[in-house]
Design a protein around this ligand. Structure first.
Ligand SMILES: Nc1ncnc2c1ncn2[C@@H]1O[C@H](COP(=O)(O)OP(=O)(O)OP(=O)(O)O)[C@@H](O)[C@H]1O
Ligand SMILES: [Mg+2]
Length: 441
C-alpha cells in the first residue's frame, strides 16, 4: 500500500477506535451502548464494512450464542433464526469455538457460511471474538462487501475493539450484579428491620400486659393483706373484750361465792359434815378462780396492756416454766422502744406461737427469748435446744401456725426467719418506723 493511503487508513483506524471508546464510555443501558459502538465501527469504510452488524453474548456453560444487539437492515427471518446459535455452527459459532478472528470472502463461496436466508445478497464478514482475559464474552459480526480488506493492522484494531466491548459488557454485568446484590441486601435489611420492629412491638405489648397484670396482682395482694390486718385487729379487740368480761364478771361472781362460803362456815361451826363440804367448795372455787384468771390471761394478757411487752413475755415464760418444766430465759433489752400496743401485740402473739411449737415439736429442755433494737428495727429471737426444725415445713402452706406468724409480722412490714442452730432459732424482725409507711400506702 502506498504510504499516503496507509497513513490515511491508520488515521481512520485511530478515529474509529476513538469513536468506539467514546460510545462505550457513555452512560445508558449496555444494549444501546453496544449499538452506538457498532455504528462507530461501520463508519470505518476503508475496510469495506457495511452499515449492518450485530453482537451475540456467549453462554459458555450452554455453549450457545444469544443474539443481543443489531444495527442496520436485518430481516425478521434473520432475527428469528439467529436468536440462538450453537458453538461450532456457521461463522460466528466457529469463532466462538476457536476464539479467533474469522474473515469470510463471500457468503456464496465460503462453505463455513452454513446459515442462509431468503433473498440473501452477496457479502463477506469480519467475525470478531469479544474476549476478556481469554474468556469469551461475546461475538461481534460485521457485514462487509465481498472480499474484505486483509490488512493485518486493521484486524488487530478490530480485535482490540472486541476486547473493549467485552470489558464494557463485563463491567456492566458486574455493576448490575453488584446493584442487584446491594438491592437484595437493602431489601433484607428492610425486612429484618421490619420484623425486628414487629418483634419489638410484640415484646413491648407483652411487657405492658405483664406489668399491668403484676400491678393488679400486687393491688389485690395489698387488699388481702389489709383485710387480714383488719380481721386480726378485730380479733384482738374481741379477745380483749371477752377477757375483760370473763375476768370481771366471773371473777366477781366467784369472789361473791367465796364470801358466802366464809359466811356459811361461821354459821355451821358445829356441823363437822357441813364444814368439810364447805372447805371442799372453797377449794373448788379457788381452782375455778385460777382457771378464770388463766383463761382471761391467755385471751389477752393483762400484763401486756399494763406493763408492756417485756413484762408480759417475762411473766408468760415463768408460767410456761412452771407448767412445762422447761427451763426458760429472757435476755437482751427493749430499752428505748416507744410504747406501740399494736407492735407489742404482734410480737407477743408470735412469741406465744413459737413457745407452743417448742412445747409441741422440739423435745427441748430449755427455751430462750432475746430482744434487741438494731437499725431502727426491733428483733426478737426465740431459740430452743431441741431437735431442730424441718426448714421445708416453714415454707409449707399447710403450716398454719408459721403462716400466721409471717402474716402478723407483715402487718408492719416485718419478717420471720427460721434456722437451725443448737435447736430451732426463730428470728422476728420488725421495722420501728414502718407503721407510718404502711398507713400512707
Ligand atoms: N421449735 C421447733 N422445733 C422443731 N420443729 C418445729 C418447731 N417449730 C415448728 N416446727 C415444725 O414446723 C411445723 C410447722 O409449724 P406450725 O406452727 O406451722 O404448725 P403446727 O404447730 O404443726 O400446727 P398449728 O397450726 O397448730 O400451729 C411443725 O409441724 C413442726 O414440725
Ligand atoms: Mg404451731
Amino acid at each position: 500500500m502506498e504510504t499516503e493511503k496507509k497513513d490515511h487508513l491508520i488515521n481512520h483506524e485511530y478515529q474509529t477506535l476513538h469513536e468506539v471508546v467514546k460510545a462505550l464510555n457513555q452512560p445508558g443501558d449496555i444494549k444501546s451502548i453496544l449499538e452506538s459502538a457498532l455504528r462507530a465501527i461501520t463508519q470505518f469504510e476503508e475496510i469495506k464494512v457495511q452499515r449492518k452488524a450485530g453482537i451475540f453474548l456467549a453462554d459458555e456453560a450452554g455453549k450457545v450464542l444469544n443474539l443481543f444487539a443489531v444495527i442496520g437492515d436485518l430481516s425478521e427471518e434473520f432475527m428469528e433464526k439467529e436468536k440462538v446459535v450453537p458453538y461450532g455452527s456457521c461463522l460466528c459459532g466457529r469463532a466462538a469455538e476457536s476464539g479467533e478472528l474469522l474473515m469470510s470472502e463471500s457468503c456464496f463461496t465460503d462453505p463455513r457460511h452454513e446459515r442462509t436466508f431468503t433473498d440473501m445478497t452477496a457479502h463477506g464478514h469480519y467475525i470478531v471474538p469479544m474476549k476478556l482475559h481469554d474468556r469469551l464474552v461475546g461475538i461481534m459480526f460485521l457485514y462487509t462487501n465481498t472480499e474484505p480488506s486483509w490488512y493485518k493492522h486493521s484486524q488487530e484494531v478490530l480485535l482490540s475493539i472486541g476486547g473493549l466491548m467485552a470489558h464494557a459488557v463485563q463491567s456492566r454485568q458486574e455493576s448490575r450484579e453488584l446493584e442487584d446484590y446491594k438491592n437484595r441486601l437493602v431489601e433484607m435489611v428492610h425486612a429484618q428491620t421490619k420484623s425486628l420492629v414487629t418483634a419489638n412491638r410484640d415484646l413491648e405489648q407483652k411487657i405492658e400486659e405483664k406489668t399491668r397484670l403484676s400491678q393488679r396482682l400486687e393491688a389485690s395482694a395489698r387488699k388481702l393483706r389489709d383485710l387480714g390486718n383488719h380481721i386480726q385487729s378485730i380479733r384482738e379487740e374481741e379477745k380483749t373484750r371477752i377477757a375483760r368480761e370473763v375476768h370481771d364478771e366471773l371473777g366477781q361472781a366467784l369472789t361473791g361465792l367465796k364470801m358466802d362460803l366464809a359466811f356459811l362456815e361461821s354459821d355451821c361451826a358445829k356441823d363437822a359434815e357441813a364444814l368439810k363440804k364447805i372447805a371442799q367448795m372453797k377449794q373448788a372455787t379457788d381452782a375455778t378462780m385460777r382457771s378464770v384468771q388463766r383463761i382471761s390471761a391467755e385471751l389477752r394478757p393483762v400484763m401486756l396492756d399494763t406493763f408492756g411487752l417485756w413484762e408480759a413475755v417475762s411473766s408468760q415464760l415463768e408460767e410456761f416454766q412452771k407448767r412445762s418444766g422447761l427451763k426458760t430465759e429472757l435476755k437482751g433489752s427493749l430499752d428505748g422502744m416507744e410504747s406501740d400496743p399494736e407492735l407489742e401485740t404482734i410480737l407477743f402473739r408470735i412469741f406465744q406461737e413459737t413457745l407452743t411449737n417448742v412445747l409441741r415439736h422440739a423435745d427441748a429442755s430449755r427455751v430462750s427469748v432475746c430482744f434487741s433494737l438494731e437499725n431502727e428495727s426491733v428483733i426478737m429471737k426465740v431459740s430452743d435446744n431441741g431437735k431442730g426444725l424441718d426448714l421445708k415445713k416453714t415454707e409449707d402452706a399447710q403450716s398454719l401456725g408459721i403462716l400466721g406468724m409471717r402474716e402478723r409480722a407483715l402487718m408492719r412490714n416485718g419478717s420471720v426467719e427460721f434456722e437451725n442452730e443448737r435447736g430451732a432459732l426463730v428470728t422476728v424482725r420488725i421495722p420501728l418506723n414502718a407503721r407510718r409507711r404502711v398507713d400512707e400506702s
